[in-house]
Structures are given as C-alpha cells and as structure tokens.
Ligand binder design. Structure first.
Ligand SMILES: [Zn+2]
Ligand SMILES: [Zn+2]
Length: 445
C-alpha cells in the first residue's frame, strides 16, 4: 500500500486510486469480521432447515444484506411441486459501470441426525416432503457457504473503492435434489439484476485441509437426473404365482438389466453412473403385490448421453414387463422426478480465479483437484453455457485429523455423513478471503 493518502484507512486509499493490495487489506477486514461470522455460522449450524423450508436462514441473510446497502428481493423460487413459498434471495450492489459478478450460496440442510458431538450441533427435527418427522443437520456444509457469502458481502460493501460494476448475491434454497436454482430462475431471478458476466460459488469439503482451495477447469461435477420407476404387475396369492404377474421378480430383473446400460451401451471414455438407491414393494411373504417402486439416480457430464440413458431405462423397463407377459395397461411407469445440469467450470474463468486466489492465499494453498461424479445445481445459473461459471472446493478438514487420515488411509467423513464437521475458523476465513479476492479480481478498477 503506497503512503500517498493522508488517512491510514486502506479503504479510502483505494477509493483515491492508489494501488489495492488485496491480500493484506482482506486479512485486516476479515480479522475484524471473523468473530461475528463465526457466531453466525454456529447459529446457522444449530438451526438447519430442510430444502424448501429455509425461512429463517433466508430472513437472516436478507436483513444483513439490506443493512450493508444491497437492494434485496426475497421470496424468489416458488417450488413447482410443493406448496412452500420460495425462500430465494437476490441481493444487488451496483457500483458504477462494469461487469456483473454473481456469487451464490445454497442454504438448505439434510434429513440427517447429527452425531458430531459439537457444542453447536443441531438438535432440531423437521417435517420432510412426505410429512414424516426427521432429524435435520447441515451435513453438506451449506451453513459454511452462507457464512462465507455473508462475509464476502461485508467485505465488498466496505471495499467499494476497489471495484466497479455490480455484485449479485444469491441465497439459494433447495439445492439438495430440490432444483432450487432452476426454481429461482423460473421465478425471474435474472430479471432482478443485470445478467451476470460471471457466476461463482464454492463448496466446502473435508477432502482438503481447512485453509486450502481446490479448483477444476472444465468438467467438475456431473449432471443429475432422478427417476422413479413403478414396476406394475398383477397381485395374487403367494402360493399361486401363475394367477398374477410378479412385480418383485420383475424389479429384480430390471435392477440387474439397468446396470448393462453403463457397462454395454456407452463409450468407456464417457463417464456415467446409474444407481438404484431405493426399492419398495410388498407387504407380506405370502402376497404377490401389485407394484414395486424403484428410485434411480443417473449422472453424466454429457447431456446427450444422459438423454440416451433415460431412454434406455424406459426401454429396458418395458422390455422386462413384455418378457413377463404383463398386459399393456399395466406397463411400467417411468417418471423424471428431478434433474439439473452438470457443473462445467469455464476454463478461462477458472484459471483466472485460480490466479487471483493464489495471489491472495499463496500458491501452495490453491491446487488443482479432480472432477467428481457428485452433482450440484449451481451449473443452472450458467444458463446452459451462456454465462461462464466457476465453482471451487473450500477445504474444511482439521489439519491434525487430515494428516492422520493421510497416514492411516481412513478417510474423513464425507458430505451427508452425520459426522461431517468442517473446522470453522480457518475454513470461513479462507472462504471469505477466496471469494472476495475472486470478485475483486473480476471487477478490478
Ligand atoms: Zn449435499
Ligand atoms: Zn452441498
């Protein structure tokens, strides 16, 4: 920082046009904000809300954004399939002519019973989409994302002298299979702000040490499609299967046959995963039931491959029914329950963000990672490739546990585990610094 200003406030120096030293300026601002960000993080962790029910989290973010001077619109993203109001937030901070950067955090938690034993562990229970009471936990780290977005909002509001353009902050509901991003877009999220030139997000992970970042140019996370297959038969007495058509036997054949799609119907160079994750049918050992319900998830990077796999599932399900002699009016029903596209990290944007993060955090803390077949609906914000997007990993593992895990080969808890617990201080510090540095680079004066 040059000593040309008459004040020692680095923010005023930047607004007078002197050189902006992102690293040290961000550090001193984060030091000041960290105690309250950590308190908010622990509050969020203790009050997880299921997908589509993020009322309190959304209100907390909206109030903070407003107090920082952002123009806030609440209630975006009413769900097509549910009666819940949308709890999405679009917050806009305009600061002269320049590009627009979107930063998104997802807000929802999961039906998981927390077993971390942390003093701020969730004790909450909620009601899921089927009306059942379930334990609720932030087992995917979305509370970290919300706290980081809040910290980034504060820093960007304080550092207006160092950037120009517009910042759009998104508090997104319903990431966990709920299609919250698409719901917000369908509800006009992009009519509330200039269309972004870049869209950014991060996801916490225990696969990296707290205080470090992983980035993946190109294919990063797979697309996701959720199918429900109802295998319909004809009910009968268990002693006389010849009078019925057994959907349990058909479901068993179908499960095996579906695995031939990935192994036999596509190139080995084109990644895909098909998982049958749920099978429900029947009530007693001596009854041939009327139907069996299967739930499947399908992941690919390529949309055409995804469409081919979806068509294959339908074809094979019908083929199994045909082989069993099921009448046409009892043919299987295949329903697409949810889908969202892959996360493709625009290579130029990702390399640029990685350079900015290396500058802010140091080369050794920012490293390339490998693509994964897990899915995330952040990619929807890119409108099918029209807006370059970049999502990066934010390491959250306790360094001591991380090194022990490297030595023993026993991995730390994965996302959605009841033991998922990022180490708050270094994770949030690094997340706020990384995201702020990325935005400041994209909107540099
Ligand atoms: Zn998740
Ligand atoms: Zn997640």
């Amino acid at each position: 920082m040059k000593e040309t200003s008459t004040t020692s406030d680095p923010l005023l120096e930047t607004s007078h046009g002197t050189r902006f030293d992102a690293g040290s300026t961000l550090d001193s601002l984060i030091d000041a904000e960290l105690p309250s960000l950590l308190a908010t993080y622990m509050q969020l962790h203790a009050m997880p809300e299921l997908s589509g029910q993020e009322e309190k989290t959304s209100a907390l973010l909206a109030q903070e954004f407003r107090s920082l001077g952002y123009a806030v619109t609440e209630g975006i993203g009413k769900y097509e399939h549910h009666s819940w109001p949308g709890y999405g937030i679009v917050a806009l901070l305009q600061n002269g002519a320049g590009p627009t950067v979107l930063v998104r955090a997802d807000m929802d938690a999961l039906p998981v019973e927390e077993k971390t034993g942390l003093p701020y562990a969730s004790q909450l229970r909620g009601i899921n989409r089927d009306g059942k009471e379930v334990a609720v936990m932030h087992a995917c780290g979305h509370d970290v994302h919300v706290a980081v977005l809040l910290g980034t909002a504060r820093l960007l509001a304080r550092l207006k002298g160092a950037w120009r353009g517009s910042v759009v902050l998104i508090g997104q509901p319903g990431e966990e299979g709920g299609g919250g991003a698409q719901a917000m877009l369908n509800d006009g999220a992009y009519e509330l702000c200039p269309q972004p030139d870049y869209a950014l997000a991060l996801h916490s992970t225990l696969r990296l040490e707290a205080g470090s970042i992983g980035y993946v140019p190109g294919n990063f996370m797979a697309s996701f499609s959720e199918l429900e297959v109802t295998v319909r038969g004809v009910g009968a007495h268990g002693s006389a299967p010849e009078f019925g058509k057994d959907p349990i036997l058909m479901a068993a054949q179908l499960i095996l046959a579906l695995q031939s799609i990935v192994s036999r119907e596509k190139s080995a160079f084109d990644p895909a995963v098909l998982t049958v994750g749920s099978v429900h049918g029947g009530t007693a050992s001596n009854i041939i039931p009327e139907e069996v319900k299967l739930q499947l998830s399908i992941r690919t990077y390529d949309d055409r491959l995804r469409d081919r796999i979806l068509a294959s599932v339908e074809r094979i399900a019908r083929g199994v029914a045909l082989t069993a002699g099921v009448p046409e009016d009892r043919a299987p029903v295949v329903t697409l329950k949810a889908s969202h596209q892959a996360n493709y990290n625009d290579p130029d944007l990702t390399e640029r963000v990685a350079r900015a993060l290396k500058q802010a955090l140091g080369d050794e803390r920012v490293n390339r990672s490998e693509p994964v077949m897990v899915s995330e609906d952040f990619g929807s914000w890119g409108l099918g490739g029209r807006i370059p997007t970049c999502m990066f990993w934010l390491g959250g593992a306790d360094p001591v546990q991380f090194r022990a895990s490297q030595l023993t080969g026993v991995s730390l808890p994965s996302h959605h585990s009841p033991l998922f617990a990022p180490l708050p201080e270094p994770t949030i510090r690094c997340g706020v610094k990384a995201m702020s540095a990325a935005v400041l680079d994209l909107l540099a004066r």
